[in-house]
Ligand binder design. Structure first.
Ligand SMILES: [Zn+2]
Length: 313
C-alpha cells in the first residue's frame, strides 16, 4: 500500500505516522528527542526514528514509504531544507532534508512546525475549504500560518506569519525578540498564566486556572483575561487588515478555554473592524496531531508535484 512518513519534532517528543494516499493514519508512534544529550543526538534520533518507520512500512505493507514530511520548530529554511535554529533543541544550520533523504532513499519535505500544523488545519481541519485562512497558535509563545490556496506562505526568508511579534502595545513589555509590546507578551498561554499567577498570588497558577476563574466570574481573573483578549483582538485585526482571511483558526493551549475565549474574542474583533470584512473565528480542530498530519500533507504534496514534473515535457 502506498504511504508516506510523517514526523513532527517538538522540544521534548517526536510524533510520527505512516499516512496513506487518502490521508488515513496507518500507524502512529512517539519517541523522545533526547535533547538533553545535545543537538547532534537529536538529529541522530530523528534519522533513526525515520529509518525505523521506513522498516515498519516495508514489513507491514510490502513496500517502503515513497516520501517523508518532517516538521521542526524554530527558524526553518523550507526552500533549502535546512533547520536553521531552534532554541529548545540547540541546533544551528542542520541540512536535515538532505540527511533524511540520504538515510531513507526517498524525497523529503522539511517544514516549520506551526506552518505545517496550519497547513493541516487549513486543508483538513477547522479551516477546511477556506481559500484564505490565518492559523494562530496561542501556546508558550504565539505563532501563525498564512494559508493561501491550499498552501502556507513561508515568506522570502522563512519568517512569514510571526504574528506573536506584532507590536500591539508600543513601548510595552520587553520581548526576547528585542522589541517591546509584542502580542505574545500579552496573549500567549504563558503570558496569561504569569499574569494570573501574579494577580491570584498563586505561583503555580496557569492560563487554564485563569480560564476556570473567569468562567466562575472572578473579577480579578476577568480583568487579566480581558487584557489578553484585547491585545489578541488588536493583533488579529492588524492581520485581518493585511491579509483579508476568510477564516481565523485559533489553536494552542489558550484556545482550550473554548467559549470563555471565543465569545469575548469574536466580540472584541467585531468592535474593532470598520471597513474590514469580518472573518469566521473558529477553534482549531486537530489538536496536537496537526503537525504530524501536516507533515504527511507535505510529503504527499511533494510526490504529487514530482509526478506532475515527470509528465511535463
Ligand atoms: Zn517579540
Amino acid at each position: 500500500m502506498r504511504h508516506v512518513i510523517a514526523l513532527d519534532v517538538g522540544g521534548t517528543g517526536m510524533k510520527a505516522a505512516l499516512v496513506g494516499a487518502d490521508g488515513a493514519l496507518l500507524h502512529r508512534a512517539r519517541r523522545a528527542t533526547g535533547r538533553e544529550r545535545g543537538p547532534g543526538a537529536v538529529v541522530d534520533a530523528i534519522l533513526d526514528f525515520a529509518a525505523d518507520l521506513r522498516e515498519h512500512g516495508v514489513e507491514r505493507f510490502g513496500e517502503p514509504a515513497e516520501a517523508a514530511g518532517v516538521a521542526v520548530p524554530g527558524i526553518v529554511d523550507e526552500a533549502n531544507g535546512v533547520a536553521v535554529y531552534a532554541a529548545n533543541l540547540g541546533w544551528r544550520d542542520v541540512p536535515l532534508r538532505a540527511r533524511l533523504a540520504e538515510r531513507l532513499g526517498t524525497p523529503v519535505a522539511l517544514g516549520h512546525d506551526v506552518r505545517t500544523g496550519g497547513l493541516a488545519e487549513g486543508r483538513i481541519g477547522a479551516g477546511r475549504g477556506a481559500d484564505r485562512f490565518l492559523f494562530v497558535a496561542l501556546g508558550t509563545g504565539i505563532a501563525g500560518a498564512i494559508g493561501v490556496d491550499g498552501r502556507v506562505e513561508a515568506g522570502a526568508h522563512g519568517f512569514a506569519g510571526e504574528i506573536g511579534h506584532v507590536v500591539v502595545r508600543p513601548g510595552g513589555t520587553p520581548c526576547p525578540c528585542g522589541q517591546h509590546g509584542c502580542l505574545e507578551r500579552y496573549a500567549s498561554a504563558a503570558a496569561v498564566g504569569e499574569a494570573w499567577a501574579t494577580a491570584s498570588g498563586d505561583p503555580d497558577a496557569d492560563a487554564a486556572h485563569c480560564a476556570k476563574a473567569v468562567a466562575a466570574d472572578d473579577p480579578d481573573a476577568v480583568r487579566v483575561w480581558h487584557r489578553a483578549v484585547d491585545a489578541l483582538a488588536d493583533g488579529l485585526v492588524t492581520a485581518v487588515t493585511l491579509l483579508d482571511p476568510r477564516t481565523l483558526v485559533i489553536g494552542g493551549g489558550l484556545a482550550e478555554a473554548g467559549e470563555t475565549l471565543f465569545t469575548p474574542l469574536r466580540e472584541a474583533v467585531r468592535r474593532r473592524v470598520t471597513f474590514q470584512r469580518l472573518p469566521e473565528i473558529v477553534p482549531a480542530a486537530l489538536g496536537d496531531s496537526a503537525g504530524c498530519l501536516g507533515a504527511g500533507l507535505l510529503a504527499w504534496d511533494l510526490l504529487n508535484s514530482t509526478d506532475r514534473m515527470e509528465v511535463t515535457p
